[in-house]
Design a binder for this molecule. Structure first.
Ligand SMILES: [Zn+2]
Length: 358
């Protein structure tokens, strides 16, 4: 039987499949101590997850096996192949098989590493090529941003050519988490299909609708609770660590540079979001120039900068653009752009905040 032919729960079927992924786990039930296996099986027609209570320990990912007398049951609303003591698993060392993978389509904001391989559509931007060393030879990796109407995500492409500005559908991108952000990885053989579709990027969200990491989203709201750590700070020239003093404990002779930083809570009536921003945003907001941040020339004090930051941020509604990144305890909004809300944006925000108070 082919995987595509399996339409519902059934018993006593035979399949010839490739082991696409294979993991081992221990049963926690005290009644049946032991090891079981799970993963994905596939053939030329599709893939299906499986659980094996009884499985030869010599089998590896990529092996092709004939499984006799297995059953198909439902688990979490999807069909799954079950292999138990009544089943027979035979390795087919000579066989070859191209597995047809079917991936779930995701909007960028809903991507989660719980689904390891996914399909996704979006527009390509910020293409950067870099070389890296592997096995003694230099290879190229292409990084780019993929954006749809819900957000953006960074993609690393190993060996797959990607054109700036194109709109594509990627089938089977690998999802991973890196420094609190989600990322996609594609390889030479990952299908990347050109599509003709326009995406309305830069959507403004209600804070309560942002529940996981996603890049390049807009939030409108008021800054509250600006942290006193905000403002002017010194960083080591070498390791960039924030310094309490003028000397870095690790690089006391290397000097420091001045930097700007702000940490605050953004609120829009629907929720609150921890937010931070850096020099690029703040020097513009506070109209500070190169001179002001030159340790030899500046006349600014830490207190003055914190005061003017509070004056600039408090009580005014802003439209912010940035990335939601998973921190240790909560999502953190890394703000990359702050603009004052226009009239229309202000009335919408105020209406929402009143509705929330009512
Ligand atoms: Zn240092």
């Amino acid at each position: 039987m082919n995987i595509a032919e399996i339409e519902g729960e059934t018993k006593g079927i035979d399949v010839t499949v490739k082991i696409v992924s294979l993991k081992q786990a221990e049963t926690k039930k005290s009644s049946s101590q032991g090891v079981y296996y799970y993963g994905i099986l596939g053939d030329e027609t599709g893939t299906m997850p499986f659980t094996a209570w009884n499985f030869p320990t010599t089998l590896r990912q990529g092996d092709i096996v004939e499984i006799r007398n297995c059953s198909v049951g439902k688990y979490n609303d999807s069909l799954r192949i079950y292999v138990d003591s009544r089943s027979e698993v035979l390795l087919k060392p000579e066989a070859e098989m191209n597995v047809k993978r079917v991936y779930r389509n995701y909007k960028i904001k809903n991507i989660t590493p719980k689904d390891l391989y996914i399909s996704v559509e979006g527009k390509v931007s910020d293409v950067i090529k870099k070389n890296y060393e592997k096995d003694g030879s230099s290879r190229e990796v292409t990084y780019f941003t993929l954006s749809d109407d819900t957000g953006s995500i960074r993609v690393s492409s190993f060996g797959r050519e990607i054109m700036e500005g194109r709109t594509v559908k990627i089938e089977g991108a690998k999802v991973s988490e890196y420094n609190g952000r989600y990322r996609l990885t594609i390889f030479e053989n990952t299908p990347v299909i050109m599509i003709d579709k326009a995406f309305d990027t830069g959507k403004t969200y209600d804070i309560s609708d942002v529940n996981g990491p996603v890049d390049q989203i807009s939030l409108a709201g008021f800054a509250i609770a600006i942290s006193d750590r905000s403002g002017l700070l010194r960083r080591c020239n070498t390791c960039r660590k924030m310094l309490d003093d003028v000397r870095c404990p690790d690089h006391p002779d290397d000097g420091f540079f001045l930097d700007l930083f702000a940490s605050f809570i953004l609120t829009d009536g629907s929720g609150e979001m921890h937010s931070t921003c850096g020099k690029a945003v703040l020097s513009k907001l506070l109209s500070l120039g190169e001179q002001d941040l030159d340790p030899m020339k500046t006349r600014l004090t830490k207190r003055e900068v914190l005061e003017s930051l509070k004056k600039a941020l408090y009580g005014r509604p802003f439209l912010m653009k940035g990335d939601a990144v998973q921190g240790e305890n909560n999502l953190n909004y890394r703000v990359k752009e702050i603009t004052e809300l226009d009239e229309k944006g202000i009335s919408k925000l105020l209406l929402e905040m009143e509705a929330d108070l009512a």
